[in-house]
Design a protein around this ligand. Structure first.
Ligand SMILES: *[C@@H]1O[C@H](CO)[C@@H](O)[C@H](O)[C@H]1NC(C)=O
Ligand SMILES: *[C@@H]1O[C@H](CO)[C@@H](O)[C@H](O)[C@H]1NC(C)=O
Ligand SMILES: *[C@@H]1O[C@H](CO)[C@@H](O)[C@H](O)[C@H]1NC(C)=O
Ligand SMILES: *[C@@H]1O[C@H](CO)[C@@H](O)[C@H](O)[C@H]1NC(C)=O
Ligand SMILES: *[C@@H]1O[C@H](CO)[C@@H](O)[C@H](O)[C@H]1NC(C)=O
Length: 494
C-alpha cells in the first residue's frame, strides 16, 4: 500500500486531465453523460458557510453550493419538501437516477430539492484548491449535514414553506446522510428514506469479508460454475504472474503496456475485481447510465461471458470489458487510468470526486473490506485498519478515526430514533452492511428481492420486479403518514 500511495497522487492528477477529454471511456467518472437533463429541475446556487463549527478559521467565508429544485408538483405553502441529501458526486447524476422522488412528489404535491455535497461536482469551497491540505480538512460528514440543515432552513423561508414538513432521501452514502439528518436535526427533518445505506459496516460494525462475499454470491447465484470460472481465471493469472510471463499477460488482457512488477499485477487484480463489484451493485433489470454504462442484468451478461468457451483468461478480459469498454472505443486497458486504488477497496471513481471520496474514506468512513479467495472468488487482497492508516497518513496526512461515526451517530443502538426507512436490495453487496430488521413501528426495514443498489429510488420501469413496486408503495404510505403528523406539529391546518 505505501508504495502505491506515491503513485496514486500522480495518477490521480493525470486522470483528472484524461477524464475531461474522454467522458465515456473514463469509466466511473460519476458525471452525467449522454443523458438528457430533466428539464424540470432548475440549477441554482446557495451561499453556504464554509466552516460551521469555527468562527475564526480559514473557512470564515461562504462558498456557492449547487442545488437543483422543481416546484412543478408543489402545493405551494402546504405540500412537503422532499430533500435529497447529495452524496459523493455531481448532483445531476443522482437527480437523473432517482426518478422515484419526483414520481412521489407528483402524488404528494411536494417541492423537490437535490443538494450537492460539499467538495463534489461544482460545490467546491476553495475552488481547485479544495483538494489541497489543509483546505480538504473542511470535508466532513458533520459539515455536510450542517450545510443541509442551513440550506433547508433558509430555502423554506425564501419559498414561504416554513410550515411544510421536510422528508430527506438518499441512496448509499446519501442514505447514510439522510439517516444522520433525522438523528441530528429532527427539528428540521420529519423522516428519512435511506436506500441501500451501509450505516453499520461503514461505522466499523461489519465483517470485513462481507462485501466481496456478497459480490461473489451474486455471480454464484446465476450458476456456481460462473463463480468457479472467475476463480479459475484469477488462478491462471496468478500462475502467469508467478512465472513473470508479463508479455503473455499483456496480450491476454489487452494491456496498453506490459506489466513489470508485482505492483502492476496487484493493480490489474484490483481493476478486474472492481468490474465485478460494479456489475453486482448496478445489477438492474434494464440498461442504465449511472456510474458508467451498464447493460440490463449485467451479472447474467458477465456469467454468459465467463462461461463462453474454455479460455478463461480471454473470458475474464471480455467480462471486464463489459464495464471498461461499454462504449466500444477502448483500444487497450490502461492499468492506472481506468481504476484508482484508494482507501475504498470498492472503488473511488476517477477525477476530483475520487479525491474527495478517498479523503472521506481516510477519515470518518470505514471501508476496510478484504477479498481472500476463500469466502469470495477474488485473489486475496487484504485491506486492514493498519493498511488504511499507512495509506491515509501518506496520502492525506491524516489518521483515520474508526470509532467516530459509531460514537456520534448511535452505532446500532437506533431503537429510540424514529421515522426512518432502511431499504435494501438482496442483490446489493452493500445491503448486509445496513439495517436489515425492523426496529420499531417507525424504524422500518424493507427488503427488495431481485433489487440492486437503491433500485427503489429509480423511476418506475416496465422491467421492475414486483418487490420494488411494493417497496415503493410501502415507502409512499409511510412518508404520507409522517407528513401528516408533521403538519399537525407545525400547526398547518389539514
Ligand atoms: C476571516 O475572513 C477575513 C475576511 O475575509 C480575513 O481577513 C481573515 O483572515 C479570516 N480569518 C481567518 C482566521 O482566516
Ligand atoms: C462467445 O465467443 C464467441 C467466439 O469467440 C463470440 O463470437 C461471442 O460473441 C461470445 N459471446 C459472449 C456472450 O461473449
Ligand atoms: C472495445 O470494444 C470494441 C468494439 O466491440 C472492440 O473493437 C475493441 O477491441 C474493444 N477493446 C478492448 C480493449 O477490448
Ligand atoms: C485461490 O485458492 C485456490 C485453492 O486454494 C488456489 O488454487 C488458487 O491459486 C487461489 N487463487 C488465487 C488467485 O490466489
Ligand atoms: C431481509 O433479509 C435479511 C437477509 O435475508 C433477513 O435477515 C431480514 O430479516 C429480512 N428483513 C425483513 C424486514 O424482511
Amino acid at each position: 500500500m505505501s508504495k502505491m500511495s506515491a503513485l496514486l497522487v500522480t495518477v490521480t492528477l493525470l486522470c483528472v486531465q484524461v477524464l475531461h477529454g474522454l467522458p465515456h471511456t473514463a469509466f466511473q467518472s460519476k458525471k452525467p453523460h449522454g443523458v438528457n437533463r430533466e428539464p424540470q429541475f432548475t440549477e441554482k446556487y446557495f451561499s453556504q458557510t464554509v466552516d460551521h463549527f469555527n468562527f475564526n478559521s480559514m473557512g470564515n467565508g461562504t462558498f456557492s453550493q449547487r442545488y437543483l429544485i422543481t416546484e412543478k408538483y408543489w402545493k405551494k405553502g402546504h405540500g412537503p419538501v422532499f430533500f435529497y441529501t447529495g452524496n459523493e458526486g455531481d448532483v445531476w447524476e443522482f437527480a437523473l437516477n432517482s426518478g422515484f422522488i419526483t414520481e412521489l412528489a407528483a402524488q404528494q404535491g411536494a417541492l423537490v430539492i437535490f443538494a450537492e455535497h460539499r467538495y463534489y461536482g461544482k460545490s467546491l469551497p476553495f475552488g481547485k484548491d479544495s483538494f489541497k491540505i489543509p483546505q480538504i480538512g473542511l470535508l466532513t460528514v458533520e459539515q455536510a449535514l450542517a450545510d443541509y440543515a442551513v440550506m433547508i432552513t433558509e430555502l423554506k423561508q425564501q419559498l414561504a414553506a416554513t410550515q411544510c414538513p421536510v422528508i430527506v432521501f438518499g441512496g448509499s452514502y446519501g442514505g447514510m446522510l439522510s439517516v444522520y439528518m433525522r438523528l441530528k436535526y429532527p427539528n428540521i427533518v420529519a423522516g428519512a428514506l435511506a436506500a441501500s445505506a451501509p450505516i453499520l459496516s461503514t461505522a466499523g460494525m461489519g465483517d470485513p469479508r462481507q462485501f466481496f462475499r456478497d459480490v461473489t454470491d451474486d455471480f454464484a447465484s446465476v450458476t456456481p460454475e460462473c463463480r468457479d470460472a472467475v476463480r479459475g481465471a484469477f488462478h491462471q493469472l496468478k500462475e502467469l504472474a508467478e512465472h513473470q510471463d508479463y508479455s503473455r499477460i499483456q496480450s491476454e488482457f489487452s494491456l496498453c503496456k506490459p506489466p513489470s512488477s508485482a505492483q502492476d499485477i496487484h493493480q490489474l487484480n484490483g481493476l478486474l475485481r472492481n468490474a465485478f463489484t460494479l456489475m453486482a451493485m448496478l445489477d438492474y433489470p434494464y440498461s442504465t447510465h449511472f456510474m458508467g454504462n451498464m447493460p440490463a442484468n449485467p451479472v447474467k451478461v458477465a456469467c454468459k461471458t465467463m462461461l463462453n468457451g474454455s479460455d478463461l483468461l480471454s473470458n475474464l478480459r471480455n467480462t471486464a470489458a463489459i464495464v471498461y469498454n461499454a462504449t466500444g472505443v477502448l483500444t487497450c486497458f490502461d492499468l492506472y487510468s481506468l481504476y484508482l486504488e484508494c482507501a475504498d477497496p470498492t472503488g473511488c471513481g476517477l477525477g476530483f470526486d475520487s479525491m474527495a471520496w478517498d479523503y472521506q474514506a481516510c477519515t470518518e468512513i470505514n471501508l476496510c473490506y478484504e477479498s481472500n479467495n476463500v469466502t469470495d472468488m477474488f485473489p486475496s487482497m487484504p485491506f486492514t485498519e493498519s493498511d488504511r492508516e499507512r495509506y491515509c497518513s501518506k496520502r492525506w496526512s491524516v489518521v483515520p478515526r474508526p470509532d467516530w461515526l459509531k460514537i456520534q451517530f448511535w452505532g446500532d443502538a437506533l431503537s429510540t430514533a424514529s421515522n426512518i426507512i432502511f431499504s435494501n436490495g438482496d442483490l446489493d453487496p452493500w445491503a448486509n452492511g445496513g439495517v436489515r430488521k425492523t426496529l420499531s413501528s417507525s424504524l422500518i426495514a424493507i427488503n427488495i428481492s431481485e433489487g440492486a443498489h437503491h433500485l427503489d429510488l429509480r423511476g418506475s420501469n416496465d422491467a421492475d420486479p414486483v418487490s420494488v413496486i411494493s417497496a415503493r408503495k410501502t415507502e409512499a404510505d409511510l412518508i404520507a403518514q409522517w407528513v401528516k403528523m408533521e403538519k399537525i406539529r407545525l400547526g398547518q391546518s389539514l
